[in-house]
Design a protein around this ligand. Sequence first.
Ligand code: HEM
Length: 394
Amino acid sequence: MALPLPIARTNPFDPPSSLLDGEPLRPLAFPDGHVGWLVTDHGLARQVLADPRFSSKMELRRIPVERPKVEGFETGQSALRGFFIAMDPPDHTRYRRALTGQFTVRRMNALRPRIEQIVAERLDVLESKGQGADLVSTFALPVPSLVICELLGVPTEDRGLFESAASTLLRLDASDGDAAEAMTTLLGYLSELISRKRQSPGDDLLSGLVSEEEEFDDEELLGIALLLQVAGHETTANMLALGTFALLRHPEQAEALRSGAVPVASAVEELLRYLSIIQFGTGRAALEDLELGGQQIKYGDTVILSIPAANRDADRFDEPHTLDLARNARGHLAFGYGVHQCLGQQLARIEMAAAYPALLGRFPKLRLAVPPEEVPLRHDMAIYGVHALPVEWS
Ligand code: HEM
């Protein structure tokens, strides 16, 4: 029998237990009445993500949870041109290639000192709060948000507008009206930004795209900018906040990171695996009837690849429910797999590698300021994490 996607968690860091139990490929009931499929097996998830017979097109795939309906954003209609996460090759390839040309190792390395500086400045702000503060609003959200401003060439004083609009768009319980308003605000802002970049390009990524040989029109640039903005800051922000929560609940692991006993790169990969913040996974629609994992998938069926479950697959990772910063977590699916694998992954890694050790180093006595069960969890958001993380350090 097809059941809805399990959502309720009993532990802040573990996926819902009914997601982890049961068949690795099972029927899934969608809110619109569609019966599709849920994949919880690591190998099978990778197989689907690498298979061109499965489409990412927004107009074909369904969303496994109720969420507000906003034109151009996961509504079952086509995506904005340029919003290439919701496109298939060859259309996707054209954008991806141009963007890969902008997300160069050189640009990422050039950003590293600026990211370290942003981290240090936000730690100063945190320290200036006295003995305690909310880590999300003071540190975890501003760091990636300022980095995205830097990348896109957005004046930093405008980040408040970005943050609140993106957060409304990612709320499952926002009204259709509020979500539509947030989308209008964001698109209006980004349109103006693009025309400013056309008039006087700088050395940021958007300016780079404006002056690319590959001509993108304004609508395409808008789709690209929207995607980078939405994909780029709430994700990393939640990794920083939920990651810190996890470290504070595993003090021996935090100590290993603080003391340098585990390499920071390995710690970052394990936190990505263990926390898997894209909590409802990613979806694909079958472009033809086909056989998968012993089941008949029909043309048009949406298959949800549960990233949290795949990253806890015991056939792939030993003791998958243990946070072990020293393990080799490579091969996790936190950034997806295949042609849509996260474009910003190196940037996100640089941000996390700069932030966790600096935070733990600056505040050796960092601890929760409330009982752990009082930390508000983001069950209600497309991206999992914490709404706030009250901490103290004196
Ligand atoms: C820890 C933080 C992040 C996580 C966990 C994450 C996760 C993901 C995942 C799972 C996908 C694949 C979606 C799919 O297959 O349907 C993806 C794609 C994408 N991500 Fe990230 N992401 C993160 C940070 C970022 C950042 C910092 C940026 C940009 C600055 C970014 C930009 C993108 C873009 C543009 C895509 C679409 C790629 C394509 O369709 O070719 N992400 N991300």
